[in-house]
Design a binder for this molecule. Structure first.
Ligand SMILES: Cc1cc2nc3c(=O)[nH]c(=O)nc-3n(C[C@H](O)[C@H](O)[C@H](O)COP(=O)(O)OP(=O)(O)OC[C@H]3O[C@@H](n4cnc5c(N)ncnc54)[C@H](O)[C@@H]3O)c2cc1C
Length: 435
């Protein structure tokens, strides 16, 4: 085979406005697109019908068809990236590798290993910023330190965006630079060790009115008031730059949410210890009750607090939960039940279609009060008041908890006032100097 460049798809499963792909296609060498079903990730998944695998699988099928229309073929491999790249090097025609940056600690380590592997044989590994608007040290305080509070970060972010504008990388106009006349097999789902999940995924198209009305509708789980694009941002089936561009004129509030996403990616990059530790070290002294039977009730949505239960059941059935309800169920687990936020984080990581290490960890540490710019520890959501405010007609609750209001529905598993007191005492002990 004649020399070719490789574009390695990861969290950027699209052909339009894809920075790394644009750079590869502009390199002057024919490009082979590659996706690796990474066994070091797949082997850790617990559900054989994991919906994320189905989402990726369906998206790749579609990408393969799109690429075929340009006379080329998507190469899909199964194995560890190290093993796959070792094989590609042996084939002896690989000239260079292009990909988009990933900021998770394990991904950074993986990419460092691949860089060494490739550089040893003189192959360059090029990475580009694509999944966030600003990365790494692009938005830092005047003294060069990372921001740990959202509001000043978001102001600096917006200022820089206004000054620089948002680039577009027209990869979609260069698709004829894919290598022609190649063929690769496409694996069956079973060969990956998974089963298709029949779940339907949120569409990538977005009604502009949702964004226009976002600030008034975003907190009500019974209405379709948020974009539902999180899974697409997660896997890069939409371009973050495109959506930021659209949000700019339509909704400041929506833009702010997209900035939270960048903020948590930046935090994870600078403080990778948050993966296992509280951002605020003193909070790692909290003595959690960690009652397994109570955790089970929470996971199943049988706590007797209907807003909590509705959220937990929506999660199991759809792989999604409304943001307002995510905050309520997370606060309930950490504060009412005094169960370690890492347990809840792990359950979300297993079930959320949009699971993203940075945002999930950020969201959990926010709710537990342990994180950057988190809810103060003494703010304990009252799930009943949250329901009165955000689901006053029980519409959302009745959709997910059909037995609500009948004798089959359980009594509250804890008393709110007692649980709140217990929580405050535990946090105070952990945070006192004597702890
Ligand atoms: C405990 C907890 C865990 C969470 N885990 C995740 C997760 O694993 N993955 C994830 O994408 N989001 C997570 N979030 C943030 C938020 O709940 C979801 O992004 C949102 O509900 C997705 O729905 P949407 O696309 O309709 O969002 P919209 O309200 O339409 O927002 C648009 C986009 O902005 C981003 N965004 C919105 N809110 C946040 C936020 N608070 N933090 C970071 N980004 C945000 C998302 O990419 C989202 O798709 C979590 C929040 C909490 C409280």
């Amino acid at each position: 085979m004649s020399k070719y460049a490789l574009f390695w798809f990861r969290r950027d499963l699209r052909l339009n406005d894809n920075h790394g792909l644009f750079q590869a296609l502009s390199s002057g060498i024919p490009v082979i697109p590659l996706f690796i079903f990474d066994t070091s990730i797949l082997d850790k998944l617990e559900d054989e019908d994991d919906a994320r695998v189905s989402f990726i699988y369906q998206t790749l099928k579609h990408l393969k068809e799109e690429i075929a229309a340009y006379g080329s073929c998507l190469r899909v491999e199964y194995g560890t990236p190290q093993a796959v790249f070792s094989k590609l090097i042996e084939e002896d025609s690989l000239a260079s590798v292009y990909t988009n940056s990933d900021y998770e600690p394990q991904a950074i380590e993986r990419d460092a290993q691949i860089t060494v592997l490739l550089n040893k044989v003189g192959i360059a590994f090029h990475t580009f910023k694509d999944q966030v608007v600003f990365e790494k040290n692009e938005i830092v305080k005047e003294n060069g330190e990372p921001y740990v509070v959202y509001t000043p970060y978001s102001k600096a972010w917006k200022k820089r965006m206004e000054e620089e504008g948002i680039p577009h990388y027209p990869s979609e106009s260069h698709l004829s630079a894919f290598k022609q006349g190649i063929q690769f097999p496409f694996p069956a789902m079973e060969a990956l060790g998974f089963k298709e999940n029949p779940m339907t995924f949120p569409p990538v198209e977005l009604d502009r009115n949702i964004i226009r009305n976002y600030k008034d509708t975003r907190d009500y789980p019974a209405i379709r008031g948020t974009s539902r694009l999180s899974v697409h941002f997660r896997f890069g089936t939409v371009s973050i730059r495109e959506k930021v561009h659209k949000a700019k004129g339509l909704s400041e509030k929506y833009l702010n949410e997209l900035i939270w996403r960048d903020f948590y990616q930046m935090i994870l990059f600078h403080f990778p210890r948050v993966v296992n530790h509280s951002f605020k070290p003193a909070y790692d002294r909290i003595i959690w009750r960690n009652n397994e039977a109570e955790f089970q009730k929470w996971m199943e949505g049988k706590t007797g607090y209907p807003l909590v239960d509705a959220g937990m059941r929506e999660l199991i059935q759809t792989g999604y939960m409304h943001n307002r309800v995510r905050m309520v169920v997370a606060s309930f687990l950490c504060k009412h039940l005094l169960i370690d936020w890492r347990w809840g984080e792990a359950w979300f990581a297993r079930k959320l279609l949009d699971f993203d290490l940075a945002s999930n960890n950020g969201g959990w540490q926010w709710a537990a009060g342990t994180g950057v710019d988190a809810a103060p520890y003494f703010r304990v959501f009252n799930p009943e008041l949250q329901q009165k405010k955000f689901d006053p007609d029980f519409e959302y609750i009745k959709k997910w908890v059909p037995e609500f209001g009948t004798s089959a529905y359980p009594k509250p598993m804890v008393d709110h006032v007692e649980a709140r007191d217990r929580c405050l005492k535990s946090y105070q002990v952990a945070l006192s100097d004597k702890a």
